[in-house]
Design a protein around this ligand. Structure first.
Ligand code: AMP
Length: 416
């Protein structure tokens, strides 16, 4: 039997309502903040990600689905959105029309990672980006938007981890100090970190390996390397969060995997997820537009993993499993009455109701059973007597109540 590719999932009708529900909330929350949706192609020229995400990152080095098309272009299925979004904003000159561009997105992403609970090769992200402002006000807005989403979904018991990488010169001086510290501890590092050390020393701080955790306990702290401007930026963010009663924890080792971050970085963690406990994250990226050939455009944004959000909603019983959305089932005594079935069904549909009827020529009894199975709110019964008397029986499947309604009165009935 043919199977779906490892690490991918079919979203079957029994879960799709949960997806519609969460997508509705994405729309509702972003609308309140006047963010506009943007959709970009699923694949891009590979260069968008190698330049945009960074050559030294795991995503680019190990996880991209890259292939050559028939025109010998190197293309990549998008592993994340920010680089694609920046490419699209530059190409379509979106920041020219507004002083600040506020954008959001939702869709599938692809990473060749080892599949496990909460980790797939095709997964979905919802994210938002606030473009053009270098000020910490926009960091606060983005964090407030993320907080609104979490509250709207009803998620509690989660942690917001926060850190600042500072500006470019702070990061550079920190990287230098960190590298020399890690070199002095070289023998105590994991094999992975030994390899990472030259390309991306910050990543060693991210490592979950016991050996690395021991070493990095005593590593120099980012926060001690912030210059005045960077300190002020971060203080503005933390003061605002305090004022807004948004709880956070400063985590000195939080650096996030990607090359493009500076200043504020953050991550949302939940105990309901097991080892893959991060359900969202983001930060400020001021250099990415120039990296991809655009003009200087400071920006800040976040991405949430939608599968992980749904896992939390499920485990906290925050999702309504009531999938009953069939309004009417039309039960028919024989194929000769099919035109009545269609007439009544069309009338009901015009009034916005969902309708099912039998197309397999089943017996009257089996049709009634189907009506039950499909959890219809109402059944309409059409047979010889009904056609002759022009009166149709409508049965409320919940209360069992029945009434007879004339065809010409149907539209009045369905009005309320
Ligand atoms: P990132 O772009 O790596 O910062 O990821 C942002 C969020 O996307 C994470 O916090 C996860 O919730 C989700 N995510 C990332 N990679 C995967 C994956 N392979 N499978 C499922 N969710 C993922």
């Amino acid at each position: 039997m043919l199977q779906a590719v490892r690490g991918t999932k079919d979203l079957l009708p029994d879960v799709i309502n949960d997806w519609h529900y969460i997508e509705e909330i994405f729309r509702k929350v972003t609308k309140k903040f006047n963010y506009k949706e943007l959709r970009t192609p699923i694949f891009e020229y590979t260069e968008v990600f190698s330049r945009g995400v960074g050559e030294g990152t795991d995503i680019v080095n190990k996880e991209m689905y890259t292939f050559q098309d028939k025109g010998e272009n190197s293309l990549t299925l998008r592993p994340e959105m920010t680089a694609s979004l920046v490419r699209a904003v530059i190409q379509n000159n979106l920041t020219a029309q507004e002083t600040v561009a506020r954008l959001w997105y939702f869709g599938p992403f692809f990473r060749y990672e080892r599949p496990q609970k909460g980790r797939q090769r095709q997964f979905h992200q919802f994210g938002a980006e606030c473009l053009s402002s270098a000020n910490p006000e926009s960091d606060v807005e983005i964090l407030l938007l993320a907080d609104n989403l979490i509250k709207e979904l009803g998620i509690k018991d989660y942690k917001l981890l926060l850190n600042s990488l500072g500006n470019k010169s702070s990061i550079l001086s920190y990287k230098k100090e960190l590298t020399s510290f890690l070199k002095s501890e070289f023998e105590n590092l994991s094999e992975d970190s030994k390899r990472r050390l030259d390309q991306n020393p910050l990543r060693v701080l991210d490592s979950k390996d016991e050996k690395d955790l021991k070493v990095t306990q005593n590593a120099p702290k980012l926060i001690d390397f912030l210059d005045e401007e960077s300190k002020e930026h971060f203080k503005f963010v933390t003061n605002s969060l305090d004022h807004l009663n948004i709880n956070y924890e400063i985590n000195h080792k939080l650096v996030r995997g990607l090359d493009y971050y500076s200043h504020t970085v953050f991550e949302f963690q939940s105990n309901y997820l097991g080892s893959q406990d991060s359900f969202g994250g983001g930060g400020r990226y001021n250099e990415l537009f120039e990296e991809l050939g655009g003009k200087h455009t400071p920006a800040v944004g976040f991405a949430f993993g939608v599968e992980r959000l749904l896992m939390i909603l499920e485990s906290q019983k925050l999702i309504n499993k009531n999938n009953n959305n069939l309004d009417f089932y039309i039960v028919c005594f024989g194929k000769e009455y099919f035109s009545y079935v269609i007439e009544i069904s069309t009338l009901l549909q015009k009034n916005g109701y969902s309708v099912n009827y039998d197309i397999s020529r089943k017996s009257f009894k089996s049709q009634l059973k189907d009506s039950d199975k499909l959890k219809a709110n109402f059944s309409v019964i059409i047979g010889e007597n009904e056609v002759i008397s022009n009166q149709f029986v409508v049965k409320n499947m919940i209360s069992g109540e029945q009434m007879k309604i004339k065809l010409e009165n149907f539209s009045k009935f369905v009005k309320f």
